[in-house]
Design a protein around this ligand. Structure first.
Ligand SMILES: [Zn+2]
Length: 304
């Protein structure tokens, strides 16, 4: 059983895009294209790509008026870095996304879509002391779920510095939406809707309250389908087995910090996951702009 969610998901025909949403869609497209085409693969093997990405992200966040700190650490003889926007006063909500890509993959959807979304959220929500934007390195193998995964290193630092973190929102592979019939796969038959036109907000049992808060603010306010996923204790293990812990929010869960993943459901919908075909023109930027605009609306007031 899933925990019940407040409100009903948006259904029916989407309203026309506003001018602001159209501009947002173009900005998202341009960011994803830059990361996946101009830079391309970015990881321990394609180290130059990782460096160029970090420089570009640093400059972008600075251009929005943020103080940005680079947080280098060593792994297997190379230096990697997380980046974050600085705010001294807690408690804050971390909004995070990994900026590396897997091996030879240009990583347009995984995770250029989420990095682009993070940048635009940072631009739309600038000046907010209760939000901290973090870009993680080393989410992908061989560092995935090891002590050298960027988000694990970051959480360790938060704990050592006794920083006051309320919760975390992980942006992961969120750029593909379609109205095609049977476009959505599901870990179990009929568990998810059959059309892949929605964004999912997923939490573990301990994060149910924040899933409800985000989804509750979304429904009735944002004209885009949104599905809240939080398990009851009986099915938590099954959901984890289905991949619900497969990104940087897991590093926060391990430290008992409530965290959610915002996603298009990754390989349950997108055919080009972790392949060389994960390129910028495969993504759907107008729906993504509705999602990012919706998140900005939901976050216009601090989360509890
Ligand atoms: Zn990945």
């Amino acid at each position: 059983m899933l925990a019940t969610m407040p409100g009903a998901s948006f259904a029916g025909k989407l309203p026309p895009l506003t001018a602001a949403q159209a501009e947002l869609a173009e900005r998202l497209r341009s960011h994803v294209r830059h990361l996946s085409e101009s830079i391309g693969p970015r990881n321990f093997k394609f180290y130059e790509g990782l460096k160029r990405s970090a420089d570009w992200l640093f400059e972008n966040l600075r251009s929005f008026g943020y103080d940005v700190e680079r947080l280098p650490f060593e792994a297997d003889g190379q230096v990697f870095e997380n980046l974050h926007t600085c705010n001294d006063q807690g408690p804050f909500t971390v909004i995070g996304a990994h900026y590396d890509s897997v091996y030879e993959c240009p990583g347009a959807n995984d995770n250029g879509s989420a990095v682009a979304s993070l940048l635009e959220l940072a631009r739309l929500l600038r000046g907010r002391q209760d939000l901290r934007f973090v870009l993680f390195t080393n989410e992908e193998p061989p560092f995935y779920k090891t002590e050298l995964m960027g988000s694990r290193v970051y959480v360790q630092k938060l704990l050592e510095e006794r920083q006051s973190v309320k919760n975390m929102i992980c942006l992961e592979t969120m750029g593909y939406y379609t109205e095609a019939p049977d476009s959505q796969k599901s870990p179990w038959a009929d568990w998810l809707p059959s059309v892949g036109n929605f964004v999912a907000v997923c939490g573990d049992v301990r994060s149910t309250r924040i899933v409800r808060e985000i989804v509750g603010r979304w429904q009735g306010r944002v004209d885009f389908p949104c599905l809240g996923v939080a398990p009851t204790p009986e099915i938590e293990q099954e959901l984890l087995m289905a991949g619900m812990d497969m990104s940087d929010h897991d590093s926060f869960w391990r430290a008992s910090i409530p965290a959610v993943m915002v996603t298009d459901t990754v390989f349950y919908r997108y055919a080009h996951y972790h392949t060389a075909e994960d390129t910028w023109e495969k993504l759907t930027y107008e729906p993504l702009a509705r999602v990012v605009g919706g998140l900005a609306q939901v976050l216009s007031l601090p989360l509890h």
